[in-house]
Design a protein around this ligand. Structure first.
Ligand code: GDP
Ligand code: CA
Length: 301
């Protein structure tokens, strides 16, 4: 069974690991968010693609959820000491990847080609595709003003309530994305933030249209457990922008795009416009991710 997975960073990467175990590495194509990509210290950083890449390569820091295991921070300490831009945390090991990617992008290589090359070098068999090779950036409108994604999320610690999410840039799907969606036996939306992780992927008009016209089941996994985000601002964003944090509110983010929503046992019952699949959705370890992925595959068979 071949699966196309739309994914953000931490929650998406955790789920991707389980999905690869359940479906087979070669049967999965991950379409990753690039709305939070950022230029730091002159380097092109793609946080969500990297979380997916490190997780599938087995190099990720399990506890932190992002970045590499065994990371050190000497370069950043030097940046700080020299009065440089130090608000965005880049580890020493991680920096090496950003150097390679930045050089390739400057030389004119598309992001999708660089990402494929990095995955090959790290012996990742699963295809990891950016949603687009074009510049697509997420902006948040808040009572304190409008901020680019990383300024809101990292620099301001996502403390500002969000009134609206906007996407800057006219983006076409990266090579391979539409083919993967067309060839898939199932389309899965990872337990990622609907607004700032999946939203930017769906902001690529041709990707949204492909989901609307799908001929195969599409299943989303809720990133909320018992109405609360496991990590990050998804619950606060849903409460403010959708009016609540029930499965119905989550499904509302994907209206017309999914056939089923996988929710946790602890989530409230109630009316749902799509099929409800109840599972244990907390990915406490690799085995839990795999069991969740198996439930998702069963729901999309
Ligand atoms: P980001 O790009 O790093 O912010 O990552 P994602 O958007 O992919 O993941 C963040 C979302 O993952 C948050 O809304 C979390 O609630 C969700 N999440 C993290 N761990 C889990 C988990 O174990 N189970 C579920 N269902 N959601 C999770
Ligand atoms: Ca992200």
């Amino acid at each position: 069974m071949s699966v196309a997975l739309l994914s953000g960073g931490v929650g998406g990467a955790r789920f991707a690991c389980g999905l690869v175990e359940a479906a087979g590495a070669a049967n999965v194509t991950v379409v990753g968010n690039v709305g939070d990509d950022v230029e730091v210290l002159g380097l092109a950083v793609s946080p969500d693609l990297d979380s997916i890449l490190y997780a599938l390569a087995g190099l990720h820091d399990e506890e932190r959820g992002w970045g590499r295991a065994g990371e050190t921070w000497e370069a950043l300490a030097t940046v700080s000491a020299l009065g440089g831009e130090d608000w965005f945390r880049l580890g020493d090991r991680d920096l090496g990847l950003h150097l390679v990617r930045t050089q390739a992008l400057r030389a004119g290589e598309p992001l999708s080609a660089v990402t494929a090359r990095l995955a090959r070098a790290l012996e990742v068999e699963t295809a990891i595709l950016p949603a687009t090779d074009d510049r697509l950036r997420t902006w948040l409108d808040t009572p304190a003003g409008s901020f680019p994604f990383q300024e809101w999320f990292v620099a301001r610690g996502h403390r500002d309530e969000v009134d609206a999410v906007r996407f800057e840039g006219e983006a076409a799907p990266a090579p391979g994305v539409l083919d993967a969606l067309a060839a898939a036996d199932a389309i899965v939306i990872a337990p990622s933030n609907p607004y700032v992780s999946i939203g930017p992927i769906l902001a690529v008009p041709a990707i949204r249209a492909a989901l609307e016209r799908r001929r195969v089941p599409a299943v989303a996994v809720s990133p909320l457990v018992g109405g609360r985000a496991v990590k990050g601002p998804a619950d606060r964003m849903l409460a403010r922008m959708a009016g609540g944090t029930t499965p119905e509110h989550v499904a509302g983010c994907y209206a017309g795009l999914i056939d089923a929503l996988v929710v946790d046992e602890s989530d409230p019952a109630g009316p749902l416009a799509v099929r409800r699949v109840v599972a244990r959705t907390l990915m406490t370890d690799r085995a839990a991710s795999r069991r969740l992925a198996e439930a998702v595959l069963e729901a999309s068979a």
